[in-house]
Design a protein around this ligand. Structure first.
Ligand SMILES: CC(=O)SCCNC(=O)CCNC(=O)[C@H](O)C(C)(C)COP(=O)(O)OP(=O)(O)OC[C@H]1O[C@@H](n2cnc3c(N)ncnc32)[C@H](O)[C@@H]1OP(=O)(O)O
Ligand SMILES: CC(C)C(=O)C(=O)O
Length: 491
């Protein structure tokens, strides 16, 4: 199986060379074990012989072992976009592939709009592939560029062309009809041996085939080896890493690698899962580096609560009075607007309070926020007074807003006693109005996501006062970090 995880898609005129070659020089001296960097660009222009074409010469100068060339398969694109004749397009495909081959490169040919082209004129679309094959392309990648092809059409078209080609096929799909992964899998099932996609499916419009789904599907559903069991265990870590680098919120609902992929909420599901894990899961969470989670909510039963407490009290019976007490408390708080399924850290703190296995890190005496707005701009300040082990801390913090200022003031006091709190980052802050009919007097729910770069956790606060709700979620977040670090655990 060949992989095209990421492609260098910006190869263009000469003026781009320095930036690209810096990147490629860095790649060339990196010691990749499983990765091959591939330069990417189009066939030459009709008016240019390959050796004078700025795109092709730049691709060659990139110095990569392999080059992906894309060319037109659809008559509409040839006539209306390239503004060339159908024969000229066949010629530039063959000549471009052949010239790169003559210059010692491995050539991957991406047949742009192949499926739409085939629907419009099957014979011509096939001829474009034959031209690339004649030019020496090592693999012919069929692209569903507009993302509108259905899996059964992929199957029909591949069956029709396969007998007429001699080189291996690849697949490149987009997700405009929500079929990118399905279409890739169909093509692979039919014998394609090269798949192009992106981590988390990031890409133009609705995205590309999500390799975080394609890869485990190959391993678990097609029964073939893609990256192997050991690498597969790091898939979720990779998915999170790429979203972090891209500065895009990690999608909890992603198959296999989303935080919710193995999260169970309904009491009936949780009860069955505890009896037999195969009842509500199609594969093993740990095989892709994920983990099973039981979410607590007003839909929970005792089984879910007991399972949640397993790491604190192994073997706890779901009918135990503590379980029932906690269950009642959760239902009452959820009725007031809390959501523990999205705030597991707050649940753990609540459970430990009921079990008496937590020491609160500080006692609040009071806090206050001051918002000063003038023509010169706005200033926000928070003053916090707390007690830690009998000692009073009185601190002032400034911020962009009252919550930010409160966070600064609280940390100023706490970090001198609990230095690991310096590692806590607020990743996300969400506010939801719970009873909009009450206008500005409505209750709000604040959800905070925090991390210490190794772990991520979520906390919740609910109040009629947005600052109060934020304070609650903030305090739970810092408290949970101290729990994770074993600093305030009791017993
Ligand atoms: C199919 C895909 O989606 S692959 C993703 C392609 N990647 C990108 O578009 C991102 C990077 N792109 C770029 O940097 C620029 O668009 C460049 C450098 C490639 C071209 O820049 P420019 O020369 O300024 O042209 P511009 O972007 O305006 O137009 C695209 C040109 O490519 C031509 N072109 C499109 N497909 C092909 C092809 N398969 N073979 C040859 N030329 C092609 C178009 O006809 C158009 O040429 P024209 O100006 O003569 O009409
Ligand atoms: C040419 C390729 C790689 C592409 O993005 C497409 O056709 O979808």
């Amino acid at each position: 199986m060949r992989w095209a995880f990421t492609m260098l898609k910006a190869v263009g005129p000469i003026r781009r060379i320095p930036r690209i070659s810096n990147f490629l020089t860095a790649c060339a001296i990196s010691n990749f074990h499983n990765t091959k960097i591939v330069a990417f660009g189009s066939t030459c222009r009709v008016d240019n012989p390959p050796e004078d074409d700025p795109t092709l010469t730049t691709l060659l100068k990139a110095g990569t072992e392999a080059i992906t060339l894309f060319g037109k398969s659809w008559t509409l694109h040839v006539t209306d976009v390239l503004r060339a004749t159908l024969e000229e397009n066949l010629q530039i495909i063959e000549d471009s592939c052949a010239w790169l081959k003559e210059n010692g490169r491995e050539v991957i040919y991406d047949a742009e709009h192949f499926f739409d082209g085939y629907k419009a004129d099957p014979e011509y679309a096939l001829e474009t592939l034959l031209a690339a094959q004649a030019g020496g392309a090592e693999v012919l990648v069929l692209c569903d560029t507009n993302g509108g092809t259905m899996p059964y059409q992929i199957q029909e078209i591949i069956s029709a062309i396969q007998p007429r080609l001699d080189v291996p096929l690849g697949i490149h799909t987009h997700n405009d009809a929500g079929m990118a992964v399905a279409n890739s899998i169909v093509a692979l099932e039919m014998g394609a041996t090269h798949v192009q996609g992106t981590i988390n499916g990031y890409g133009e419009r609705c995205g590309n085939a999500n390799l975080c789904s394609v890869i485990p599907n190959i391993e678990f559903k097609l029964g073939k080896t893609a990256i192997g069991a050991e690498n597969l265990k790091r898939l979720m870590e990779l998915s999170r890493f790429v979203s972090e680098i891209a500065n895009v919120y990690h999608d909890h609902r992603q198959p296999y690698v989303g935080e919710s992929a193995f999260a169970h909420k309904a009491g009936v599901h949780v009860d069955a899962m505890l009896k037999q894990p195969a009842t509500y899961e199609h594969c093993d969470a740990e095989a892709v580096g994920n983990q099973r989670r039981f979410l607590l909510s007003e839909q929970s039963g005792g089984g879910a609560v007991a399972a949640k407490l397993h790491h604190l009290i192994p073997g706890l019976d779901k009918r135990h009075p503590t379980v029932q007490k906690l269950l009642q408390k959760i239902k009452q708080l959820e009725h007031e607007g809390y959501v523990f399924e999205a705030a597991e850290a707050s649940f753990e703190i609540l459970a430990r309070q009921i079990l008496g296995s937590i020491r609160r890190p500080f006692k609040l005496i009071n806090y206050r926020t001051i918002n000063r707005k003038s023509v010169a701009g706005s200033e926000v300040e928070a003053i916090v007074k707390i007690e830690i082990d009998g000692q009073i801390y009185h601190t002032v913090g400034e911020g962009d807003g009252p919550v930010n200022a409160l966070d600064s003031a609280l940390r100023l006091a706490l970090e001198s006693v609990y230095p690991t709190l310096k590692d806590v980052r607020l990743e996300d802050y969400k506010v939801r109005v719970l009873s909009s009919a009450d206008g500005t007097a409505a209750k709000v729910r604040v959800l905070v996501e925090s991390s210490d770069r190794q772990r991520v956790w979520n906390t919740v606060g609910v109040s009629e006062n947005i600052i109060e709700a934020s304070w609650m979620a903030l305090v739970d977040s810092l408290t949970y970090k101290l729990l994770l670090d074993d600093i305030i655990v009791v017993g």
